[in-house]
Design a protein around this ligand. Structure first.
Ligand code: SF4
Length: 437
């Protein structure tokens, strides 16, 4: 079997990524490293010789989905070695290594060594598990997703020092660390050189860029704004306490930073925020929303919210819902709280039942639908720039999805002015017509 993998046969690899934009950027870099060794991506229905899974462990459900995928892939392709990396591999390497078909387990810090580990397994026939203990993770490995999307995910920062009580990410990805401004800017230039127009800046706690150094996230975005050829930047997600008024005002006047923000609130009750050990309160959060609306009235504002966290009594949930309803935001991303082993949240006595979690999840999703409908209606019959994607649709600068119709004579990856003719209130997406500049 191993011989087959090495000798004069063009090998195919299947890559599967769970989780965040950061994981997608990293998988793309790993795939490039395999390609440099002559291992290309397997097409959709092609039998792979190698399988790479980049896992997530943000919830118990994420771990379960990863196990289910590995089992089903092994059943389908019993001879293909499975290489697993990512947060689940970092947190539970033994559990992952015990799954049938898994030949390599690489921790968060070893993601970019998967090719070498595969070589080692092929030479020795012994399964490989390489995981740096989290406290020892110090290196920053740059990554940028290329080629499989119209927009590029550019990793600028990794790890986190915040230790919110419900979160396992600091234990999965290590201390906060970031690339240098030169490193990140040169990657943006490389994207521009291959014709990329839009970059999504991603990381774990990106506002923490430059921590322990003199440069800051604000310095980084100002440098990126000067990269010729990149016409759009989006800030993937930024902590409210790190989204300074200076950054908001500067984005409003920048050349290429889009009126689009994604800000984790997690709960609209100060008491629950305190139990979560978040670094802000509702007053600060509200002030950021108001600052954005004042500087960029049309900005899309997405907000993360956890429902049913430990300590969220009925009264505190009602407080949270009322606060969220009072905000002029565009949409919520709602997550039911997931118990995570080893987190400090487990020390909080009050536990919300599955039933109540489900009810709160439904309620907040309904609030989100109302917000997105209200926000979208403001733009009917207005004209916005749209980056056209492969299927004749695309996103406006303020992150509204528009369909141009398959017959629209527009080339992919071009930015055109589009009149948002009508809003489909079921899908909350627009139908639009290209208009002359
Ligand atoms: S800021 Fe909090 S929730 Fe976000 S990654 Fe860090 S510890 Fe987790």
């Amino acid at each position: 079997m191993e011989a087959e993998l090495t000798e004069n046969k063009e090998l195919k690899a299947l890559f599967h990524t769970f989780g965040c934009k950061l994981n997608f950027a990293e998988t793309s870099t790993v795939a490039q490293m395999f390609a440099d060794r002559g291992v290309s991506r397997a097409a959709k229905d092609e039998r792979p010789d190698i399988i790479v899974v980049n896992s997530c462990s943000v919830t118990a459900e994420a771990d379960k989905k990863c196990r289910q995928l590995i089992r089903s892939l092994h059943r389908r392709y019993p001879v293909a070695p499975i290489l697993v990396t990512g947060c689940y591999a970092q947190l539970k390497p033994e559990e992952v290594a015990a799954l049938e078909g898994v030949r390599v387990v690489a921790g968060s810090n070893q993601k970019l060594q998967l090719v070498q580990f595969l070589d080692r397994w092929m030479q020795t026939g012994e399964a490989v598990t390489e995981v740096t203990p989290t406290p020892a993770i110090r290196d920053f490995s740059p990554s940028c997703s290329r080629g499989d999307r119209t927009r590029y995910f550019l990793k600028v920062q990794d790890g986190c020092d915040y230790w919110c009580t419900y979160c396992t990410i600091p234990r999965a990805r290590g201390r906060s660390r970031s690339g240098t401004i030169d490193q990140v800017v040169s990657q943006a230039r490389a994207v521009a050189a291959e014709g990329g127009k839009e970059i999504v800046i991603t990381g774990v706690n990106i506002g923490d860029f430059g921590k322990g150094r003199d440069d800051t996230f604000f310095d980084l975005i100002r440098e990126l704004d000067g990269v010729e050829g990149i016409e759009r930047y989006r800030i993937s997600s930024i902590e409210p306490n790190l989204l300074t008024d200076e950054i908001i005002d500067w984005c409003a006047g920048s050349r290429a930073f889009m009126p689009h923000f994604h800000i984790p609130l997690q709960c609209g009750s100060d008491e629950v925020l305190r139990l979560m050990r978040r670094h802000y309160d509702t007053a600060l959060f509200q002030s950021k929303i108001e600052r954005i609306r004042a500087a960029m009235p049309d900005a899309f504002i997405g907000v993360d919210l956890i429902v049913g966290a430990r300590g969220e009594t009925d009264e505190l949930f009602a407080e949270s819902e009322a606060f969220v309803r009072s905000l002029d935001i565009s949409r919520l991303h709602v997550f039911p709280y997931s118990e995570r082993p080893g987190t400090r949240a487990l020390e909080i006595g009050h536990v919300v039942s599955q039933h109540d979690k489900h009810v709160r999840d439904r309620r907040m999703i309904a609030v989100s639908d109302e917000k997105l409908l209200d926000f979208s209606r403001r733009f009917v019959s207005t004209v916005r720039p749209v980056l056209v994607e492969h299927d004749g649709s695309g996103f406006t600068d303020n992150y509204l999805r528009v369909h141009l119709g398959a017959d629209a004579p527009i080339q992919d990856n071009t930015i055109v002015n589009v009149r948002l003719d009508s809003l489909d209130e079921a899908t909350l997406e627009f139908n639009g017509t290209v208009v002359e500049p």
